[in-house]
Write a new protein. Structure first.
Lengths: 113, 112
């Protein structure tokens, strides 16, 4: 069965520091992979997605993620975090040929000044 | 202009009541969804509709009944509410094929 694991429930970083949020997936074929961000009291917003091609994908707000098939990972990175990046981040895997997204349990990011 | 709007934003009700949540999207998408987010932030799909046709129905109690009068609307009716139904319910829309999901801002349902 498909699944998504985000090992870090909560991460705290200082503003200006680099960030990496981990995501591992379980899927039998090449998946569709997504990162979404949820600000408090808001719905989710797509940061970036991977369908095929270049394994390093760029997203909005200066985020990027790298698909590593050998590690079944799709980690999210940002070189310099801003206070406004504090939010909940969700990794998701999509099943090709369906409309179904399976979400990880999320990583809460706190940013200290 | 709000792309995916759902109402109400907050819903507080007693056990056993029946309630509805409405969702509308003005993006011209052909697929709409209901997701449930529990208190631990776990987000799980409940239903998806494509052009008013039910596509995904995850093991959701039949007290939950989605209705799609047209492809721009997907409402969720819940009968005989239970304490465990307390959660945030998100409506979302997309074009077919796992493209970008657009989420509404959520309905926080509290069952007392």
């Amino acid at each position: 069965a498909q699944s998504v694991t985000q090992p870090d429930i909560h991460i705290t970083v200082s503003e200006g520091a680099s960030l990496e949020l981990r995501c591992n997936y379980s899927y039998g074929a090449t998946p569709y992979l997504f990162w979404y961000v949820q600000s408090p009291g808001q719905g989710l917003q797509l940061l970036l997605k991977y369908f095929s091609g270049d394994t390093l994908v760029q997203g909005i707000k200066g985020f990027e993620a790298e698909f590593k098939r050998s590690q079944s990972s799709f980690n999210l990175r940002k070189p310099s975090v801003h206070w406004s990046d504090a939010a909940e981040y969700f990794c998701a895997v999509g099943q090709r040929g369906t409309d179904k997204l399976i979400f990880g349990t999320g990583t809460r990011l706190q940013v200290f000044p | 202009d709000t792309a995916v709007s759902q109402t109400p934003k907050y819903l507080v009700t007693q056990m056993g009541n029946d309630k509805s949540i409405k969702c509308e999207q003005n993006l011209g998408h052909d697929t709409m969804y209901w997701y449930k987010q529990d208190s631990k932030k776990f987000l799980k799909i409940m239903f998806s509709y494509n052009n008013k046709e039910l596509i995904i129905n995850e093991t959701v109690p039949n007290r939950f009944s989605p209705k799609s009068p047209d492809k721009a609307h997907l409402n969720l009716h819940i009968n005989s509410l239970e304490l465990g139904d307390s959660a945030v319910y998100f409506c979302a829309s997309s074009n077919r094929g796992n493209e970008k999901l657009f989420f509404g801002s959520g309905t926080q349902l509290s069952v007392l």
